[in-house]
Ligand binder design. Structure first.
Ligand code: DP6
Length: 338
């Protein structure tokens, strides 16, 4: 056992999913998950990933359990992620990782964001590394880009950065959750896992969509509009720029070859229903990620009406409601065997 392995501990951390209002789509470096554009998100409350990491000297290979089942495919991706931590801590032994979500994995709620944020925190704490939130964001980003944002709560921005090593591509909080307590109503329209994952979709888009440069060129203006809308708590302005970013990301991806079509019929019905509500004066807007679920974001007083409207659509299978939450947190850290 090396000296570093002497101090090996185990740790458990929790992190919430986040929803991008100004979308991340496209990487300038695939291996490091460096984005071509900045993005801006809200971190949710109530829903979380909870992850325990134990580094065990007797374990030669990593073992990963997701929602109670051993997951060999994830073990490789998680193993590569943990290698960075092992290298930093000078530890070689395998890890036993148990992670669970208190929300359906197929709900299109970016379980990779909350999962890698919780893993970054639990894994580093288990190795006795004390990383600040910025270092954790940088680390989480390397597992899944959007995980960089789940380290923080409330309204969060992730910079694309300029550096080739990615040291300047981290997230930072803009405003806390309490500043503007928006509600998020998720309309689940399918429980099938998505055909084309985000990473693959982004690559195809960058290589084949004729709109890629327009996407990159217009992102800064969207970010500025969103920042100003949040600062002023101007719901109408945030609705306009968020729907614009969502539709622009999908238009960009639809124009790839072959085109990426993440929506189903119920996705469109829910988007129309949100716009109808807004036309009637209900403060609500939609956003949709790389899947068919619709996230309706509204002011607190409108949440019941929005949830009711989503539930009344025949293609909506489930409705999940939440508010804005805090960043990733450590639940416990202790010496192994203690
Ligand atoms: C559409 O963070 O899942 O949700 O970095 O390849 O793991 P990787 O991608 P991921 O992509 C999220 C894309 C999105 C938009 C967003 O969350 O900003």
């Amino acid at each position: 056992m090396t000296k570093a392995e002497d101090s090996v501990r185990q740790a458990t951390a929790q992190a919430h999913p986040n929803i991008a209002l100004i979308k991340y789509w496209g990487k300038r470096d695939v291996a490091l998950n460096l984005p071509v554009v900045g993005s801006l998100s809200i971190t949710l409350d109530r829903l979380h990933s909870c992850t325990t990491v134990r580094f065990l000297p007797e374990l030669a290979a990593d073992r990963v359990w997701l929602n109670g089942h051993e997951d060999l495919a994830s073990a490789r991706r998680i193993g590569r992620f943990l290698d960075r931590l092992r290298e930093r801590a000078g530890v070689r032994c395998g890890a036993w990782v148990e992670s669970g979500n208190n929300f359906p994995t197929a709900a299109g709620l970016a379980s990779s964001a909350s999962g890698f944020a919780a893993l970054a925190l639990a894994g580093s704490a288990a190795l006795g590394l004390t990383l600040d939130a910025t270092e954790l964001s940088l680390l989480a980003r390397q597992g899944s880009g959007s995980a960089a944002r789940s380290i923080f709560g409330g309204f969060v921005e992730w910079s694309h950065g300029e550096r080739a090593d990615g040291l300047d591509s981290v997230a930072h909080p803009i405003r806390p959750a309490q500043y503007w307590p928006l509600r998020v109503v998720v309309a689940v329209t399918s429980t099938a896992s998505k055909a084309i994952g985000s990473s693959e979709g982004m690559q195809r888009t960058a290589l084949t969509s004729p709109y890629q440069s327009a996407w990159v060129d217009t992102q800064e203006a969207d970010l500025a509009r969103a920042r100003a809308a949040i600062e002023a708590r101007d719901f109408e302005a945030l609705a306009a720029v968020s729907e614009h970013s969502c539709l622009k990301m999908h238009a960009l991806a639809m124009a790839a070859q072959p085109g990426l079509l993440y929506w189903n019929g119920a996705t469109l019905d829910a988007m129309h229903a949100v716009r109808q509500l807004r036309a009637q004066g209900v403060p609500v807007f939609f956003t949709v990620d790389a899947g068919p679920q619709v996230k309706a974001i509204c002011l607190p007083d409108a949440a019941n009406a929005v949830a009711e409207a989503m539930r009344s659509l025949s293609g909506v299978l489930d409705v999940i409601e939440c508010g804005l939450g805090e960043g990733a947190c450590l639940i416990e850290a202790e010496a192994a065997g203690a």
